[in-house]
Ligand binder design. Structure first.
Ligand code: NI
Length: 248
């Protein structure tokens, strides 16, 4: 079965989120990024059997958070459909002004993950070294979502116990580096994802993405590794079930 291990399912992003979810022939893990989307994730996982969720504060959304934001995450970890902490991490792309605050919020959420024995979904943009340095201080597992660094870094994260999240970028013409990474790491270490509604794979690039397009990512991996797509779908499903301890 297909599993989109990282997407954002927000009512405001789709004309009919219900149709998008029902259209997906497989499972989805929806990640929250702030108070509003965390509450949407809780609502959606309770409503749909094929959606699981993770809760977290994204590094780009630090302005509106309060202590209640973290309490809301913790209070919902006993929901069996909430399977991790994320999307959390570091993002230095637009601003490096608040690096220390980003690290503080990141670590606070890693502490929660450790305490409650939850995997994490990591966002890292132009911040791979700091991300690695922080994660290696924690003995937790997770996914490096939308991986965009080097083969060397991919191997280091795998060694720490992380899976490499591969999405639509893999299908883009200018993604030689990422293609090379996929060829050179084991399928056992790969998760497939869409990051919907963003980053639609080719030939849909530029359109609004949805979880069923994760098939196109699996197809590209099967081409690059020269293996049957069914093997890619089965192994990445098993990888996700194991990491997120999915109760099917
Ligand atoms: Ni995302």
């Amino acid at each position: 079965m297909l599993i989109d291990t990282h997407c954002h399912l927000s009512y405001s992003d789709y004309e009919s989120l219900d149709a998008v979810i029902k259209n997906m022939d497989g499972l989805m893990i929806a990640s929250g990024c702030d108070d509003k989307t965390n509450n949407e994730v809780i609502d959606i996982v309770n409503k749909y059997d094929n959606v699981y969720g993770t809760l977290g504060i994204h590094p780009e959304n630090l302005n509106d958070i309060t202590l209640e934001s973290f309490k809301n995450i913790i209070d919902n970890l006993n929901n069996p459909k909430i399977v991790g902490i994320g999307e959390i991490g570091l993002d230095y792309h637009y601003t490096k002004d608040n690096v220390e605050y980003q690290k503080e919020v990141f670590k606070k959420q890693l502490d929660i993950a450790k305490k409650y024995n939850m995997p994490v979904v990591i966002h890292s943009r132009d911040a791979i070294k700091d991300t690695y340095d922080i994660l290696k201080e924690y003995n937790i597992k997770g996914s490096i979502h939308c991986f965009s660094s080097s083969l060397d870094m991919a191997k280091k994260f795998i060694k720490l116990g992380y899976k490499i999240g591969i999405g639509g970028v893999l299908t883009f013409k200018n993604s030689e580096k990422l293609k090379d990474i996929v060829r050179n790491i084991s399928l056992n270490d790969i998760l497939i994802e869409t990051d919907s509604p963003y980053l639609a794979p080719e030939p849909l690039r530029g359109q609004r993405n949805n979880p069923s397009n994760v098939y196109l990512v699996a197809k590209k991996i099967s081409e690059l590794k020269n293996i049957d797509i069914d093997i890619v779908i089965k192994q990445t499903f098993e990888n996700a079930c194991e990491l997120f301890d999915l109760k099917l």
